[in-house]
Design a protein around this ligand. Structure first.
Ligand code: SF4
Length: 291
């Protein structure tokens, strides 16, 4: 069996940076207060479990805090009014928002100041999307071309288009073309999809054309991991999405000559290595983070 592992599999710069900031907070001494994140710092349950065992707690915006506490803003960013709320409480606020998400927030804010209505291609419940819309004056979120086409857009209104940073870039290009053609040939399109996402999606398409089975590794709540699985599936290759090697069905891989392996931007290297080991040997060893 030949196993092709994507060069881009695993942590992107934004996730790596966010976890380094959390590590710094954990090792900073003297420390008297608690360390919190608003929701998960990244979307990978095994990484979250590792940090939970070290005392990092996830909170909601209504959790009461002490001035000694530290709140780490997760990689996806948080809504502007919640960030202001934390800043006013006197806690130590450590901003681990990915610089590319931060850039998308700033670009949206700039367009919104020109009284333009945001058309945002993204998953409405995703925390990054909830953060991005907080920088707009008014907005419409849509999750597909069909949904956009069913929206009533007014020809006399000014719009601009942006996307969640991990959206499918080919679909974003189709959406831009549609809006240019049918709504406004001069509409502002803010390209907020990050290069890490583009590279991962291009590579999964490339590998999917050479194999009979694609294995995608990463959290089920990770939007970019789900998108990799969707792209592989749409390429016409059999695709399985697993969080850990435990979930691999060995019958499914038995006898397959060429297998492709990639992972979302929040999947740690040790899980990718474990899945690769399992595909090569059939043994489901599970390592721990930091081993
Ligand atoms: S996928 Fe891109 S935008 Fe998202 S955290 Fe990684 S580098 Fe940042």
């Amino acid at each position: 069996m030949e196993l092709i592992i994507a060069r881009t599999a695993g942590f992107c710069m934004g996730v790596d940076m966010a976890l380094r900031k959390l590590d710094q907070a954990l090792t900073h001494t003297p420390r008297t207060g608690n360390i919190y994140t608003l929701g998960p710092i990244i979307h990978n349950p095994q990484v979250l479990q590792y940090y939970a065992q070290r005392g990092v707690q996830q909170i909601s915006p209504h959790t009461s805090l002490c001035p000694d506490d530290t709140v780490v803003i997760r990689a996806h960013g948080i809504p502007l009014h919640i960030q202001k709320h934390y800043a006013a409480t006197g806690v130590t606020l450590l901003d681990a928002t990915c610089p590319k998400v931060k850039k998308a927030q700033v670009m949206i804010q700039r367009q919104a100041k020109q009284n333009k209505h945001l058309l945002l291609f993204g998953e409405r419940e995703h925390p990054e999307v909830q953060g991005l819309i907080s920088y707009a004056r008014d907005y419409t979120i849509f999750e597909s071309m069909d949904e956009l086409q069913s929206c009533t857009l007014h020809p006399d209104k000014k719009y601009f288009l942006a996307a969640q940073t991990t959206q499918d870039c080919d679909m974003f290009a189709s959406i831009s073309s549609y809006l240019y053609e049918y709504i406004d040939a001069k509409m502002t399109v803010v390209d907020t999809i990050c290069t890490a996402t583009k590279e991962r999606q291009d590579e999964v398409r490339h590998i999917a054309n050479k194999v009979q089975l694609m294995v995608i590794v990463g959290g089920r709540t990770s939007g970019n991991t789900r998108r990799l699985a969707q792209i592989a599936h749409e390429s016409g290759v059999e695709t399985v999405h697993v969080e850990t090697p435990d979930e691999l069905l060995l019958d499914q891989v038995h006898g397959v000559e060429h297998i492709g392996l990639t992972a979302g931007a929040s999947t740690p290297a040790w899980i990718i290595d474990d899945v690769a080991h399992c595909l090569r040997t059939g043994q489901k060893s599970v390592s721990q983070m930091g081993e």
